[in-house]
Design a protein around this ligand. Structure first.
Ligand code: HOZ
Length: 428
């Protein structure tokens, strides 16, 4: 494959954009080489500036669950754009998408739209603090809730990829209110509640971690968090930015039958446009301005283009028969075949998969938290990543990011992917 134009565009971009990218993981720094500049995408396929085509396992990091450039979504964006792109006033579309989401996800009664998952999570903890009157929050090592200050402490995703899970620029005063527990470890949470009794506003978690690879919760973990939070009058926040509308219509909360107090959304909810949201029971949401005193606002919040893209994608998901069972079957079969390939080749591996989320860590022991995720051999991951890329398979350029499958990955795409993995030979 040739990458001349991507290479040229990357050099040019580095002059005007820090690192040449608008989000760090895209820079390929942890896998080496330079990023591929994309021109277009359709269904399961990406097309780059050099004319190369790839099967896509990033899916814009989650939103394109029914494939790229879904005709209904594109038409909705075009039609809406013709009427104007932003008004800064309420529109009927905002109520329509709110009603649609409240009907899909159990346990929520009101929702506020924002522009990204980062904004959703940072607003959710402000709301939790306003509601409970407590200052501290608990997050989990290796979980990532966007790049706002309170969360860039032992964070996952790009933060671990580049080896700085706690970012310079986050003040000590902010950091002291973020307590950190271990994923899949209820005792670590109980200890913090003992130590900081009455001071913890909320526990925020990705119910399936997706930013240290994909790590599902062990049996009873989410239920245990629910019980601890209820016992201490602390709010349980599920960051379903990745898992919402991906693992099921009602996200991870429905799948694991655990109802959080606040749910954060992003990705799929915007149909590929920048949208986030947070939702809860009315009693909690009524603390938000303009009804309550907890302030939160945004000029582009509820933007008509973004609302119409999200509304159309969510309706398309509702109308696609068996979409989640098909995605689940595809993910399960992909994970199974990858395991068979690596086992045959005697390559130590751990493949975690749930529904259409999957990750590959090259290590021997199971990956159930941040410590075990860090044991993956990044040298092998780099080689695997570049081997797959050359074979036309586009994986996330970091072992700490989850793969996202879309419904357009069919038998043909799976065969090509497994064939590519099959020809991988790690250099020793
Ligand atoms: N950290 C993001 C995914 N977990 C990456 C988003 C991007 O680079 O677009």
């Amino acid at each position: 494959m040739k990458y001349e134009r991507s290479s040229h565009l990357f050099k040019q971009a580095q002059e005007s954009i820090p690192g040449g990218v608008n989000s760090p993981v895209r820079a390929f720094k942890s896998v080496g080489g330079h990023p591929i500049f994309l021109k277009s995408a359709k269904g399961a396929y990406l097309h780059d500036e050099d004319g190369n085509t790839y099967i896509d396992y990033i899916n814009s990091w989650g939103p394109q669950i029914l494939g790229h450039a879904l005709p209904e979504v594109i038409d909705a964006i075009k039609t809406t754009a013709e009427r104007g792109t932003s008004f800064g006033t309420p529109t009927e579309l905002e109520t329509s998408i709110a009603e649609l989401i409240l009907g899909m996800v159990p346990g929520i009664e009101q929702i506020r739209m924002v522009n990204s998952g980062t904004e959703a999570c940072m607003s959710a903890i402000r709301l939790a603090r306003g509601y409970t009157g407590a200052d501290k929050i608990i997050k989990f090592t290796g979980c990532y809730h966007g790049h706002s200050d309170a969360f860039l402490i032992e964070a996952g995703s790009g933060a671990i990829t580049f080896g700085s899970p706690t970012s310079p620029g986050v003040t000590k005063n902010t950091a002291k209110d973020t307590l950190v527990a271990d994923f899949n470890n209820l005792q670590s949470v109980e200890l913090l509640f003992e130590q900081y009794a009455g001071q913890i506003a909320s526990v925020i978690i990705e119910p399936v971690a997706g930013n240290m690879g994909c790590i599902p919760p062990e049996d009873g973990f989410l239920q245990g968090l629910r019980e601890i939070c209820s016992a201490h009058n602390s709010l349980l926040i599920f960051d379903e930015v990745m898992t919402g509308f991906r693992l099921s219509k009602g996200g991870a909360a429905s799948l694991f039958n655990v109802t959080p107090d606040i749910t954060c959304f992003g990705k799929i909810i915007g149909g590929g446009l920048p949208v986030g949201a947070f939702a809860a029971k009315k009693e909690i949401m009524q603390y938000l301005a303009p009804v309550g005193a907890v302030y939160q606002a945004g000029t582009l919040s509820g933007n008509p283009l973004a609302m119409s893209a999200g509304y159309t994608l969510l309706n398309a998901l509702n109308e696609t028969p068996d979409v989640y069972s098909k995605l689940n079957a595809r993910g399960t079969s992909m994970a199974h075949e990858l395991r068979e390939v690596f086992t045959r080749k005697s390559i130590s591996h751990q493949i975690n998969q749930i529904g259409s989320m999957l990750s590959v860590h090259f290590c021997h022991d199971s990956v159930r938290d941040f410590e075990s995720a860090k044991k993956g051999d990044n040298k092998v991951f780099k080689q695997f990543f570049h081997h797959m890329l050359k074979s036309g398979i586009y994986l996330p350029p970091s072992a700490y990011e989850s793969w996202f499958l879309c419904s357009e990955i069919n038998t043909e795409e799976q065969l090509k992917t497994i064939e590519a993995a099959n020809s991988f030979v790690p250099l020793t």
